[in-house]
Design a protein. Structure first.
Length: 120
């Protein structure tokens, strides 16, 4: 894997781990982050989605899929902005910005890796 692919691969591991946490111990995580309570089963759906998306990141990172790697920069920024907007309009507590912040940092990391790979 090149450097930018590694950033996506490692971000996929983060997503998969987050997904597993929401699948198996959602209530303590939701309570810790002061997120709104969810109807039965919905936190598992979110966890499963994060796990699946993480698997895509891991697979595409391992494959050095440049199109996917580049797309993740924009999509992660979009998620960060969306998470912030959910807070701004009062639908989510400020802790949602933590998730968006991780995505923004991951997007910056991947963007910088893409630039350094291109510069070589």
């Amino acid at each position: 894997m090149n450097y930018s692919a590694k950033t996506v691969f490692y971000f996929g591991i983060y997503l998969a781990c987050t997904g597993l946490l929401f699948l198996f111990i959602a209530e303590p995580i939701i309570s810790l982050l002061q997120l709104p309570a969810t109807p039965s089963g919905w936190s598992s759906v979110v966890g499963l989605l994060a796990l699946v998306i993480g698997a895509y990141y891991i697979a595409c990172g391992k494959a050095n899929s440049e199109v996917f790697i580049r797309a993740t920069v924009y999509v992660r920024w979009a998620f960060a902005i969306g998470a912030t907007m959910l807070f701004v309009v009062g639908q989510m507590p400020v802790s949602i910005i933590l998730f968006g912040g991780v995505d923004a940092l991951g997007a910056i990391w991947t963007a910088m890796a893409l630039k350094s790979t291109k510069a070589k």
